[in-house]
Design a protein around this ligand. Structure first.
Ligand code: CMX
Length: 443
């Protein structure tokens, strides 16, 4: 058994025992109350799921196993000469709960290199899709095409004991994470560089090699990728891509099926696709205003016209956060430290001044602040990646780290099939009448 797997086995066995005791002693204790608004309102804030890798605080933002993003930027191992954390380190932390040392991260990078071969039929499957197919669709199809290699699915068919689910999930997770950059880079080079593919450089770390296969050799971009792939990795379990992974995995669909489903959730404009939408929206603004240096007043008018046409301001607002997203602030700091001159970055910062008061004035937006997607496009364009339809794929490669490490935990803890209760509006009316003596008018 490899050293990370051994560590995960020990940690998950120990927590599994603790959870059993916890449930035996306290299983009937209340942890939440639910009001009707939440039932109709996308289940906001209902505590109903276990997710070990990270926890989101509305005011403070995300913590991965207790560590904030600024702490991770300081404590996680870095590439030689680099300043940003290696995403491998975050995966280790999310999986086993401790910050790895340099040697452990080196081992993980090398282990993923050994597992990174993408079967040839996956490329042929991608090649069969029309070139204009959205890159997120291509990614999802590519992950599905690899499903025939699932260790979990094969072992389940041969009668795997349920005490071994965690083991097969770990193997699939490691293989899938190792292969994703190659698949994702293949899609990019196929779509935007005449299918001129770049082979992996196995001397590089996971994120650095992904940048290399994209054709982005500048060290600044590689560093940004390491930061990007770290901060997008997880946002506790309730967000749509994480929850989809959790739900699909709970049927014992293997990690390939679960991750592909999660990618489809991430591809929605209210979730991960927002990073492409931000740049599309800014570029339309620049074209409409006829200037790459719009004033705050011009931006303000443009924001109001977007709202008046019944659309959202992409990159702003959040279902849980109530403060500027620390993932936005980390990228802003990265830009301050590394980008001397960029009109687009300056626009992003001006939007940060202009949008929150306008959203607040609407009186209904619970969080007027920027989220993770508000900044990434401006930095990607600064480094020369202009194809914004691709941006969500970068998010997806990172998100796999969090949701798959959580899937290892779900199978190790033996979490069951997810099956919440739904009701009809007729049921709601009857309930209100019976429990609260409220007569609800017929429409
Ligand atoms: N622009 C305009 N209106 C917004 C808004 C925004 N950025 N954010 C919220 N609102 C509106 C909602 O559409 C809703 O309006 P209605 O009552 O008319 O339907 C109202 O404000 C209340 O919404 P909320 O409770 O504040 O926010 P939700 O939890 O319902 O939605 C989110 C959260 C992210 C979907 C929403 O803020 C949004 O649409 N933002 C823009 C898209 C975006 O950036 N998504 C990326 C999120 C991060 C990620 O997952 O990657």
């Amino acid at each position: 058994m490899d050293l990370l797997k051994q560590l995960f086995y020990e940690k998950s066995q120990a927590l599994g025992k603790e959870v059993k005791e916890l449930l035996k002693e306290h299983g009937d204790k209340k942890v939440d109350d639910v009001v009707l608004e939440q039932v109709y309102g996308g289940m906001r804030d209902i505590t109903c799921m276990i997710w070990e890798p990270s926890l989101l605080d509305p005011e403070e933002g995300i913590r991965f196993r207790g560590y904030s993003i600024p702490e991770l930027r300081e404590k996680l191992p870095r590439a030689p000469g680099g300043k940003e954390p290696l995403p491998e380190g975050l995966f280790w932390l999310m999986l086993v709960g401790s910050i790895p040392n340099k040697e452990q991260v080196k081992w993980l990078t090398e282990n993923w290199v050994r597992r990174s071969n993408v079967p040839e039929h996956v490329f042929r499957t991608i090649d069969a899709l029309p070139l204009e197919t959205h890159p997120m669709t291509q990614l999802s199809v590519g992950v599905m095409a690899m499903q025939n290699t699932s260790v979990f699915a094969q072992r389940y068919t041969s009668g795997m004991n349920k005490t071994e689910y965690w083991d097969a999930t770990y193997e699939d997770t490691m293989n899938l994470v190792a292969r994703l950059p190659r698949l994702a880079a293949y899609i990019y080079r196929r779509m935007y560089h005449g299918n001129n593919q770049i082979l992996p450089d196995i001397s590089l770390d996971w994120g650095g090699n992904y940048a290399h296969m994209l054709g982005m050799e500048e060290e600044g971009f590689k560093e940004y990728m390491r930061l990007f792939l770290t901060i997008h990795a997880d946002h506790e379990g309730g967000n749509a891509s994480a929850h989809t992974t959790h739900l699909v995995g709970s049927t014992l669909s293997d990690p390939y099926l679960s991750l592909s489903a999660a990618m489809n959730a991430l591809a929605g404009p209210l979730h991960g696709l927002a990073n492409q939408e931000v740049i599309r929206w800014i570029q339309k603004m620049v074209d409409t205003l006829g200037t790459s240096k719009p004033s705050r007043e011009q931006i303000s008018e443009y924001v109001k016209s977007t709202l008046a046409s019944g659309r959202v301001i992409p990159g702003y607002g959040h279902a849980v956060l109530r403060k500027p997203d620390p993932r936005f602030m980390a990228q802003r700091q990265f830009a301050e430290d590394n980008v001397q001159e960029s009109d687009l970055v300056k626009i992003v910062w001006k939007i940060f001044d202009v949008v929150p008061p306008i959203l607040t004035s609407l009186g209904k937006v619970k969080n007027p602040w920027p989220n993770v997607d508000a900044h990434s496009g401006a930095l990607l364009i600064h480094y020369g990646m202009r194809e914004y339809n691709y941006y969500t794929v970068l998010f997806a490669v990172s998100r796999a780290l969090g949701v798959l490490s959580a899937q290892c935990w779900a199978r190790a803890l033996g979490l069951p099939l997810e099956r919440p209760k739904s009701v009809t509006t007729a049921w709601v009316k009857e309930y209100l009448a019976k429990e609260y003596n409220v007569a609800v008018a017929e429409s």
